[in-house]
Design a protein around this ligand. Sequence first.
Ligand SMILES: Nc1ncnc2c1ncn2[C@@H]1O[C@H](COP(=O)(O)OP(=O)(O)OP(=O)(O)O)[C@@H](O)[C@H]1O
Length: 317
Amino acid sequence: MEKRTPNSVIKVDGLVKRYGDRVVLNGVSFSVREGEIFGLLGPNGAGKTTLISILATLLPPDEGQVLICGYDLRREADRIRPLIGFVPQELALYPTLSAWDNLAFFGRIYGLRGTALQERITTVLDLVGLRDRAGDTVRTFSGGMKRRLNIAAGLIHGPRLLLLDEPTVGVDPQSRNFIFEHIERLRAEGMTILYTTHYMEEAEQLCDRVAIMDEGRILALDTPKGLIGLLGGGVIHMEVAAEHMEDLLSAVRALPHVRAASSRDRQLKIETRAARPALLELIQLCNARDIPILSLEVLEPNLESVFLHLTGKRLRD
Ligand SMILES: Nc1ncnc2c1ncn2[C@@H]1O[C@H](COP(=O)(O)OP(=O)(O)OP(=O)(O)O)[C@@H](O)[C@H]1O
């Protein structure tokens, strides 16, 4: 097969997807470099599953260009499929078959036979730590073990790119750690991994880069550290009665440790140069003007606060 050597394993440009009148992906562009773990972070309904299904060649895009390993998704899907492993959110396993037979089934779909198939099954079972359960029917597996087997199925044909849709949803903490370890091990072996999640601590810990998605758009894309840096010295949310807002906003902006401030209804959003001194200044200001503070929140510098800062929403319902 002709080999292409692209700069990016995934390159998405101006991707649009609609369901009827509803625009679910609204001009999404990003690229994923060889060997990185790339996270798509967003709340339910952000469009993550839609996006990953398009990358997995399961759903056609309406507009825009997608290149996977240099191949065009619209014209060269047949070349792309052997290069990617897709692990869907829903388990795609046969409960009455053993782990081994499930993997043999998926391996045959990719044309693996005989010793090559057996070797691959052993390799992927080792990789997800299920070799000693190879002969057991999947029905008898715990939820976490089924997820790990699902990942093994996505790896059976030795793809270059692994696409994982919410691999740790509904999984107990131990299996979650296992899955983390597998993902890190795969990266160490040179695999490129894109995965979706709405767990921000997970994305912060695991991903080289993260795209924050909401309502079909990418709002920010950077390393977790870079994204957290968007908060500067920290962000404070303060609530006061609406009648005080106009009076207060310009005074808040003039405080020495405040970098920027904006208001919506009763909420003041304050970007600080340093959260603690800014907090003291705010309290003094409100006291001096006799303005009651209805609520006050200092956002910890983490991805969750970045998300809240960018969207005004919490990532968790
Ligand atoms: N087949 C479909 N027909 C119509 N609308 C759909 C379809 N699939 C998804 N949607 C809508 O598209 C939007 C994005 O859904 P998607 O599943 O991609 O989001 P998500 O970020 O993966 O969320 P979740 O974590 O809940 O899966 C949602 O509003 C959803 O209702």
